[in-house]
Ligand binder design. Structure first.
Ligand code: CO
Length: 142
């Protein structure tokens, strides 16, 4: 396995949990003069999101959607919002997972990639293994 398939690539997005995604988008637009998408509901993922497009990566503003949102507990602990995760691109997510597990890192869930917010395979790594940072890996093939 060449290192290139395992190594993390560019940052795909940084996700920020917010209590009100419209208010957050206005703040990014008025304060940072950012270009924001319209809010999109992703019921399968329990979030409403606004994508902030940058030349080098995206910022995703996420508001909980529905009673079972995976970010509800985070917002309970951080009611004003906060950085939720950082997403790195990898070329081969299963090879990256196998390498991480062999190195002692913990993969959340059953360890099998699931379909992420962009329809591509994703995995999340235990934040305790990365200094309190929740890391998402997303398989992006070019
Ligand atoms: Co993400």
């Amino acid at each position: 396995m060449p290192w290139g398939d395992i190594m993390i690539g560019r940052i795909n997005h940084v996700a920020i949990a917010v209590p009100d995604v419209e208010a957050a988008a206005r703040q990014w637009e008025t304060g940072l003069c950012a270009v924001c998408s319209l809010p999109q509901s992703l019921p399968d993922h329990g979030v409403r999101v606004v994508f902030v497009d940058q030349p080098n990566a995206k910022v995703e503003l996420m508001e909980p959607l529905g009673g079972n949102s995976p970010i509800a507990a985070f917002l309970d602990r951080n009611p004003a919002g906060g950085m939720h995760h950082i997403c790195y691109e990898v070329a081969d997510i299963r090879a990256a997972r196998d390498h991480l597990v062999a190195s002692g890192a913990r993969v959340l869930g059953d360890g099998e990639p699931m379909s992420g917010a962009h329809g591509t395979p994703v995995l999340f790594l235990h934040p305790k293994d990365f200094y309190g940072t929740l890391i998402e890996l997303e398989e992006v093939r070019d």
